[in-house]
Structures are given as C-alpha cells and as structure tokens.
Write a protein that binds this ligand. Structure first.
Ligand code: SF4
Ligand code: ZN
Length: 288
C-alpha cells in the first residue's frame, strides 16, 4: 500500500475517501479536511476568540491541536466534574496538552458549585449523563461569557451526531435539532455561540491525527458512560458502507441551505427544485 500523495509507504487507509496516506501526508490531509469543513458550514470565523472545551479524550485533543495549527485564537477549558480517578487522569492530560500546544488552560471545578458528578451518580443513577450534560453546558456558557469568548467549541464527532439522531428517531423522540447543527448562534445575549469544528470528522480520523502528531490524550473512559449500543450500530453500518457517516451528517445540514428559495416549474407551475420540475423533465424525455 503506497501513499497516494507521495508514493512512500502508507500507514492509513481511509475507506470513506478511497485513499491511502503515509505518516507525513496524513496530518496535512486531516488539517485540510477540518479547514474545508469549518469554511463550508461556517463553523468558526477566523477573528473570533474561541474557548475550546477539552476532556482529555482523543477527539477534543485533536480539535484543540488542529484549531491551533489553523491559526485560531484559542484557550482551553477543562471542567473537573469530580469523577474519581477519571477526572484526575484527564486533568493531567489536558495540562500536558496545554503545554504541548502552548495554549492557556482554564480549569473550572464543579465541586466549587457544591456537588460532583459522582454525587449525581449516587443520588440519581440513571440520569447521570443528562445531569452531567446540564452542568457542562452551564459552566461552558457562563465561563465563556464572563471571559469574553465569542464561541465555545466542543469535540463532537460525526459519529456522535449520527448516533444521537438515529437513537432519537428510533426511540420516537422529537429530535433536538440544535444538537445536530455544526454551529448554534445565540438567541439571547447571555448565551454564547456553540460550535462543533469536528462535526464532519470521524473518531478514527481524530485518533490517527493524535497518534501521528503525538498529541496528549487518554484512552480512559468515564465510568458512568452508558453502553455505546447506538454507536456500535453506526460503526457497523460504516464498516459495511464506507462513507455512510460523512454523507449522513452532511445530509442533515444541507437541506436547510438548499431549499431556502422556493421555485415553480416554468412548464406546469408546480413546486420545483430547478427551472423545470422533475416530472416535466421526465415527461419531456419520454414524450418529447
Ligand atoms: Fe458525564 Fe456521562 Fe460523559 Fe461521564 S459519560 S462525562 S457522566 S456525560
Ligand atoms: Zn505521503
């Protein structure tokens, strides 16, 4: 297997793109993908102050590193949720990350608000992740606003977006559109914009980037994390249909952009996506 760009020995094979790359060419390829995605979906503006939420995991570490590489004005935010050893290990990793990138790290401790996620887990077991999510969103927004950041970036991946969508649709729940968007701009002055710069990137791509660029991260998982059933379904579909995850997330965002303007068919007057509706085009072909 040879690198498609330079012909050296390839170390990665990206089925979604049908391309193999070497250790030297992969980081450049990844950086360009993120750059294009940010531009295409208007996820960040180059002049914004970005608060990058890091957890110590591969995805948020990859995000911090690539945003720094792309020249964004960033600082890191680590929220100490008070989850036993997991929080201790993660904090050490994000400190290394901050040093490694030469980017300021801010730490906020949930304990300072009077409780921890471990307390939540003891008291309301099944709701741990949803309570933890509430605490994280609250702290991210408040810290960002009080420290004049214009946007908070989180390390959500394409798999996160797709599995969230499928899980909710399959469960009959109304899908919360905000969670699926690459960027949410504020509806109130107390809210800071939120962005997902890696929204088109897969976990595997992020992992390869942190490994090749030796960016600090921990493979440790939160002990309260639920079984990743839906994620596993998404991985399985991707395995059988390479490119599925990327097409899916793009498809979720595209309709809003494409159908802004309503048009009518020049021939019959029905709603059309172009000058002539699909039915009249078909009819022309078969009868004309
Ligand atoms: Fe919080 Fe759940 Fe994530 Fe653990 S797995 S950090 S409890 S949201
Ligand atoms: Zn190469």
């Amino acid at each position: 297997m040879k690198c498609k760009k330079c012909g050296r020995k390839a170390v990665v094979n990206l089925k979604a793109y049908g391309i193999s790359l070497c250790e030297k060419c992969y980081p450049e390829f990844y950086k360009n993908l993120v750059k294009r995605s940010i531009k295409r979906f208007r996820i960040l503006n180059q002049h914004e102050r970005v608060l990058v939420a890091v957890s110590g995991g591969k995805d948020s570490s990859a995000m911090a590193a690539v945003l720094k590489e792309l020249g964004y004005d960033i600082e890191l935010l680590y929220i100490d949720l008070g989850i036993g050893d997991y929080s201790k290990v993660s904090e050490k990793v994000v400190k290394d990350l901050s040093k490694n990138l030469g980017v300021k790290l801010n730490v906020v401790r949930l304990r300072d608000y009077g409780f921890t996620v471990d307390d939540v887990a003891r008291r309301m077991r099944r709701k741990t992740c949803s309570a933890c999510g509430t605490a994280k969103r609250y702290i991210m927004n408040r810290f960002a606003r009080e420290n004049s950041f214009e946007v908070v970036a989180t390390g959500h991946t394409a798999e996160d977006v797709v599995s969230f969508y499928i899980k909710n649709v399959a469960g009959g729940t109304k899908v919360w559109a905000e969670k699926l968007m690459p960027r949410n701009d504020p509806f109130d002055e107390k809210i800071v914009a939120r962005a997902k710069p890696l929204f088109e990137m897969s976990e595997k791509e992020n992992m390869l980037y942190v490994l090749i660029e030796t960016i600090p991260y921990t493979p440790m998982e939160c002990p309260h994390a639920p079984e990743p059933e839906w994620k596993e379904i998404v991985y399985e579909i991707e395995r059988r249909k390479p490119g599925f995850v990327k097409n899916f997330v793009r498809g979720l965002v595209r309709p809003a952009e494409e159908f802004e303007e309503i048009r009518y068919c020049k021939i019959c007057g029905e709603v059309a996506s172009g000058e002539i509706c699909a039915f009249c085009r078909l009819k022309e072909k078969l009868t004309g």
